[in-house]
Design a protein around this ligand. Structure first.
Ligand code: HEC
Ligand code: HEC
Ligand code: HEC
Ligand code: HEC
Ligand code: HEC
Ligand code: HEC
Ligand code: HEC
Ligand code: HEC
Length: 414
């Protein structure tokens, strides 16, 4: 072989290596940046096939931090202990994914979540203890006494299974007991495939469930100054900032997550949404929580990352007065209802008389809304959707109760 042909062969070989390197470098990073050979196999094949049929799933995944960090399709879809297996185009995948699949890598978040009312308490609010193991009930009761040891909600029987399946469960399954022994789902807030903090920080994400007349948090937020500024400046916020480094320079306008979960400017972040709550606002008559002082200072600490203490203290003072005033109004109606029950003018069957609904709406819609509005900057909710209908229903309830009592006391006609 002549020197010339050896030289040409070397040049061609070098050019091939170089072009191979350049082509590889220009491929999207999610296909090249991992150490594990199994990842290339799993993601490559899952993604190739599914890109054809379910482009959206693969596209969402490709945008995720998981894809950047080399977490593969199979890392999530592999069966965990006690999960039903499915043989699927040469792979073994889990028939149904739960929080257990996420827990595999995010145990800290899972454990915080488990202590929150988004876990077992959410399920028990609808179904009571049924479906939860004794250990799960005991665990949740340590943190939220009375949250799980209770009967199923009377509406379950009254409305029927269809309404429960398409209604209550869709929201309350955030804490569903799964057949693999885990609780709940992480994808209610993170979604399945983009699994991001940016989505979880959007008010509309929480608003999937936290909306409507009985918990109008999303509507209140939209009305509040925070919601207005968020709408105007959303694109300027750094919504995908790593939670460990999140500062008020990234989130200078708060969303639900900022106040209830995030660790702004080095504060402790948590998946336990109760840690910063000082009242039980969802109850008919709201009492202080056992950790009132600590919880309130936790939340005020968040406010004070952006506000002067004087503003924060004023809002709390006003809101706590609203809680007392709503409690008094609800108590008046509760006393009337208790009287009707005591004197056997009303039977024991729940929600069977028009007056039962009046009382239920009075605290469950309007009482709650007034309290939530006062704490979260929703003046119209504190008043026109809150205290005003509370007053009106109170008068109607009293009139109806007097009428029922008269009818009951009147001598029976022969
Ligand atoms: C050879 C093509 C192919 C490969 C490879 C493949 N899938 Fe699928 N997958 C499908 C088809 C087709 C369906 C059914 C879609 C339907 O029912 O409309 C499906 C369904 C699914 C479902 C839904 C199952 C259900 O019934 O709820 C999941 C989850 C899934 N695939 C995940 C994966 C994962 C993870 C991998 C890689 C480990 C993978 N797939 C590999 C073709 C493939
Ligand atoms: C962060 C974890 C995670 C990763 C990574 C992941 N998935 Fe999923 N995927 C889920 C979850 C959770 C569900 C819901 C499954 C359920 O309810 O049983 C799901 C559902 C699906 C479904 C059913 C979708 C539907 O709407 O019917 C398909 C198909 C699927 N995944 C394919 C893939 C493919 C392909 C990849 C990789 C490109 C992938 N997944 C990566 C968590 C993940
Ligand atoms: C195989 C391990 C693994 C599994 C399984 C897994 N994750 Fe992750 N997840 C990671 C890694 C690694 C990161 C990057 C975190 C880091 O760099 O510190 C991450 C990051 C995240 C983030 C932060 C994303 C962001 O925008 O910053 C969220 C949210 C998340 N995961 C949710 C989930 C959910 C929900 C599931 C289950 C459906 C899940 N993960 C399953 C390993 C995993
Ligand atoms: C749109 C989503 C959604 C639907 C549908 C829904 N809930 Fe709720 N529920 C919530 C949210 C969010 C809260 C938290 C309210 C708060 O703290 O302000 C809640 C709170 C509750 C509470 C009070 C908290 C507790 O643990 O005692 C009960 C009880 C309850 N729901 C039962 C039900 C029942 C029963 C149904 C169906 C008949 C139902 N919910 C339908 C979202 C929903
Ligand atoms: C109620 C909504 C909600 C649920 C349910 C939820 N998350 Fe999150 N998660 C968030 C929010 C909001 C953040 C961002 C917090 C912040 O701003 O610092 C977050 C952040 C994360 C992160 C990033 C690191 C961290 O700890 O802040 C991971 C990982 C994560 N979640 C995993 C999970 C897992 C696993 C589950 C299920 C056990 C889960 N999440 C359930 C709302 C939720
Ligand atoms: C899938 C539905 C769903 C989503 C999404 C959701 N929640 Fe909830 N949330 C609930 C339910 C149901 C309850 C009531 C649990 C109970 O007390 O029974 C609740 C309760 C709460 C509570 C009251 C806890 C307590 O101790 O009383 C807070 C605060 C809260 N959620 C904040 C959030 C935030 C912030 C987000 C978004 C990052 C969010 N939630 C997303 C369903 C949801
Ligand atoms: C500026 C901070 C802030 C924002 C933003 C915010 N909240 Fe709140 N939230 C509060 C405060 C303060 C309370 C009352 C705390 C207490 O009881 O001490 C509260 C109470 C609640 C409760 C009542 C829990 C109970 O006792 O029943 C829920 C549920 C809730 N918020 C959910 C949300 C949701 C969902 C969003 C977004 C749509 C949101 N919050 C936005 C500060 C905020
Ligand atoms: C991440 C920053 C941030 C956090 C946390 C925050 N806020 Fe704000 N808040 C703002 C911004 C920005 C405005 C608009 C300020 C302006 O007009 O200059 C605002 C406005 C307000 C206003 C309206 C002031 C007015 O008169 O126009 C009130 C009231 C308020 N916040 C209360 C609170 C309370 C109470 C908390 C805690 C529960 C809180 N905020 C948490 C950023 C924040």
């Amino acid at each position: 072989m002549s020197f010339r042909s050896v030289f040409i062969a070397i040049v061609i070989a070098f050019a091939l290596i170089l072009s191979g390197y350049l082509i590889n470098r220009s491929r999207p990073t999610y296909e090249t940046d991992y150490a594990k050979a199994t990842f290339i196999r799993a993601t490559g094949q899952c993604a190739d096939c599914h890109r054809q049929r379910h482009y959206s799933v693969v596209h969402e995944y490709e945008m995720s931090v998981h894809a950047q960090k080399g977490v593969s399709c199979l890392d999530c879809h592999q069966p965990m202990d006690a999960q039903e297996k499915l043989v699927h185009h040469g792979f073994v995948i889990s028939k149904h994914l739960t929080a257990s699949n996420c827990r595999n890598c995010h145990d800290r978040e899972y454990r915080q979540f488990l202590q929150s009312r988004h876990a077992a308490a959410s399920w028990a609010a609808v179904f009571g203890e049924s479906g939860l193991s004794k250990e799960q009930v005991d665990f949740a009761e340590q943190f939220h006494p009375g949250s799980c040891k209770r009967p199923a909600n009377p509406l379950v029987k009254l409305e029927g299974q269809e309404a429960i399946t398409s209604g209550c469960i869709k929201c309350h399954s955030v804490g569903k007991p799964n057949s693999d022994g885990s609780i709940g789902t992480c994808t209610s807030c993170h979604t399945r495939h983009v699994a991001s903090v940016a989505v979880a920080r959007l008010p509309t994400t929480c608003g999937q469930c936290h909306m409507g007349p009985d918990h109008s948090q999303l509507e209140i937020y939209h009305e509040s100054k925070h919601g207005v500024i968020f709408a105007a400046q959303k694109d300027l916020l750094n919504l995908s900032k790593d939670p460990v480094q999140l500062t008020s320079k990234d989130m200078f306008v708060p969303t639900c997550a900022t106040c209830h979960m995030s660790g702004l400017n080095g504060l402790k972040s948590s998946h336990d949404t109760s840690e910063r709550l000082s009242y039980k606002l969802a109850d008919p008559i709201s009492s202080k929580r056992p950790n009132y002082t600590l919880a309130q200072s936790n939340m005020k600490e968040v406010c004070s990352q952006c506000h002067a203490n004087s503003l924060v203290d004023r809002i709390y003072l006003e809101a706590e007065k609203t809680v007392q005033s709503v409690n008094e109004k609800v108590k008046e109606s509760l006393d009337i209802m208790d009287g009707l029950h005591r004197d056997k003018i009303l039977g024991t069957a729940p929600l069977s008389q028009p007056i039962d609904f009046k009382y239920f709406d009075l605290w469950h819609y309007y009482g709650r809304t007034a309290k939530h509005g006062a704490f979260m900057g929703g003046q119209d909710f504190a008043h026109w959707h809150g205290t005003y209908p509370l007053l009106k229903l109170g008068v109607e309830l009293k009139t109806e109760a007097d009428k029922l009592r008269k009818e009951h006391d009147a001598p029976k006609k022969q």
